[in-house]
Design a protein. Structure first.
Length: 292
């Protein structure tokens, strides 16, 4: 569970700290910074879980406009089995060289160091789960060193943290852009959920238990709902909503049906994903935003 987010010099966030519980609701007017918090979380997730380059996740336009500092500081805390993981990242911007680089990056499990990197030396330090040194080596400052490490028996703590971040979903649904057609499977939804049909296609193959629970939940809230179906259509497939009594089908997508419209289906699938059985230490929290 994500328990803390800190940012300095990221858009409107200056020396900003947010502490989170199991479920959190962010409320405020437009422009208050709610979306900025979610964008920051998604960018941290992308550089650690996806191995995204630092200059692809953070650009000079993300610096706070009323400050002249070229560095950004980011921190997150994630609840582990007995202690919190504390991840810190310093991003250095060098506009004259058209450069964005990792200045410093550290990961700790409570007070125990797991990884350290400094661009001043260009060296990274790895620590084993038992606290002993795992070696020192040169590393590229254009990417996260935590993302680049392979899983090994002696660094399961670091791997757990990275896998935990990969499970974070940041979404900002755009119902008018959700498409019914899918030509490939998508392991995770994109931020606007425009690839929901491709995500559903992946889940139907890899997580059929979640799809069955989704159908059961939807039958309780949508009158006459039967199932979601993927129908072959040329080179791709179309996601359809089928109704039991009338045997009618409605193509899933932009405003096709009032009672089974995409946001309701998406909401139930996300809630079912949060409730997937797992250990208490890895239980999923949720952060939601509401504007005026």
């Amino acid at each position: 569970m994500l328990t803390r987010v800190y940012a300095n010099n990221f858009r409107c966030l200056v020396n900003f700290e947010l502490r989170l519980g199991q479920v959190a609701l962010l409320m405020g007017p437009n422009g208050a910074g709610k979306s900025t918090v979610f964008d920051l979380i998604e960018r941290i997730r992308s550089i650690i879980a996806d191995g995204c380059r630092i200059d692809e996740a953070f650009s000079q336009e993300d610096l706070t406009t009323w400050q002249s500092q070229p560095e950004q500081q980011v921190e997150i805390e994630v609840a582990g089995e007995s202690r919190n993981y504390i991840y810190r990242l310093q991003i250095e911007h060098r506009p004259e060289q058209r450069q964005v680089r990792v200045g410093e990056e550290t990961l700790r499990y409570g007070e125990q160091p797991l990884f350290e990197f400094s661009a001043k030396t260009g060296k990274a330090k790895l620590f084993r789960d038992n606290g002993s040194s795992g070696g020192e080596y040169l590393f590229d400052w254009s990417r996260s060193g935590v993302a680049a490490l392979h899983e090994r028996p002696e660094n399961k703590l670091l791997t757990w943290f990275r896998n935990r971040l990969s499970n974070i979903l940041v979404i900002r649904p755009n119902p008018m852009a959700i498409c019914a057609e899918t030509r490939e499977e998508a392991e995770r939804p994109n931020i606007a959920l425009t690839n929901f049909a491709s995500w559903y296609r992946f889940l139907s193959q890899e997580r059929p238990d979640q799809v069955m629970r989704l159908h059961t939940a939807l039958r309780e809230v949508i009158p006459d709902f039967d199932v979601l179906r993927l129908r072959q259509a040329g080179e791709g497939k179309l996601l359809e909503v089928l109704f039991a009594t009338t045997k009618a089908s409605v193509t899933f997508g932009v405003g096709r049906c009032q009672v089974g419209h995409p946001p309701l289906l998406v909401k139930h699938l996300l809630l079912l994903r949060r409730r997937r059985p797992q250990s208490a230490a890895a239980s999923r929290g949720g952060v939601w935003a509401k504007g005026e």
